[in-house]
Design a protein around this ligand. Structure first.
Ligand SMILES: [Zn+2]
Length: 101
């Protein structure tokens, strides 16, 4: 997965295009990610007890990893990522500034 939890990403397609958000969850198997405040869906929550009112809550829905670009924390640009291997360890690098991210 080229996007990790905690990354800041730029949305490049869909209704939230050009917005930025923090990655809350990644599902590598599905190729989906959950981004804070992005792709919000309204959900009706049923009352838990009698006499309580149901409420509408907004939650982010997963979006395809291909609809985001990583924002490099080092240079602040939306970038593609590459990898380099140093002493058998794999590092993710920014293709714009070449720094490890
Ligand atoms: Zn960079």
């Amino acid at each position: 997965m080229r996007i990790h939890k905690g990354d800041t990403v730029l949305i490049i397609s869909g209704k939230d295009r050009a917005r930025k958000g923090k990655v809350l969850e990644v599902s590598p198997k599905k190729g989906k990610i959950l981004v804070e405040g992005i792709n919000l869906r309204k959900k009706h929550q049923k009352p838990k007890k009698t006499g309580e009112k149901g409420q509408i809550i907004t939650l982010p829905a997963p979006l395809d990893v291909s609809s985001v670009k990583l924002i490099c924390p080092k240079c602040g640009k939306a970038t593609r990522t590459g990898y380099k291997i140093v002493e058998k360890k794999k590092f993710r690098i920014c293709k714009k500034c070449g720094q490890e991210i």
